[in-house]
Design a protein around this ligand. Sequence first.
Ligand code: ADP
Ligand code: MG
Length: 245
Amino acid sequence: MSAISVRNVWVEFGDQVVIENLNLEIASGSFVSVVGPSGCGKSTFLRMVLGQDRPTRGALLLDGRPLRDEPDADRGVVFQRYSVFPHMTVLANVVAGYEFAQSPLLGRLFGRAKRQAVEKAEELIEAVGLAAHRHKYPLALSGGMQQRLAIAQALAKDPKILLLDEPFGALDPGTRAQMHALLKPLWARLGMTVIMVTHDLREAFGLGTRVVAFDKVRHDPQAPGRFGARVTYDLDLTREGPVPV
Ligand code: ADP
Ligand code: MG
């Protein structure tokens, strides 16, 4: 069964068609890179999988069930910038991710549960190479470190699906390469489904097991505002073997 099924999905804002009749089946455990020009609907697609933008038509299923029945904690998300809480230390940020997953209404854990949350957060912080910085605040970290922190926070939820919206877009090439070296083994180890939007084709092909390209297609020549994202190509790289970044 697919981790994510997108069936004849449309997303419309007023008379603007942003996603037009999209169909995608995303296999559990796959790493899907999404590429395409600015404004073609990639972020809208991720927000839809997050449950923030609702399809106006069609069906979106996670593990075969309608999205609204799935807990938020099943999905972790990292944006290009500002995914973490600036007023919390590295450790508190990751603990907060874990607390939210365990206790979505209260958002806090106490006693033994809290100690477990801290232990788990310490492990993740170690895994993303921030152990020495765990008592610092995000502003004291470099851009690459902040994105490592955002990844650790998203993973603290133990998500089935990790959504990455141009997560390394603001980083220099060297730091990006470090992030690739971090993310790929984490994905392989944790067995989650990843959808990553990127403008970097090397990154898309280097990390992805599948690359899906969206493009904006004129929907209705009589109504110039009506464009909709469509899939223009879809490559399964697992048949070709891994492509080095
Ligand atoms: P991408 O991430 O591919 O650059 P987006 O998904 O951010 O593209 O946006 C796709 C289109 O949808 C853009 O034309 C944008 O203006 C429009 N759009 C996105 N969100 C909204 C919204 N909440 N209301 C109206 N239009 C929106
Ligand atoms: Mg975007």
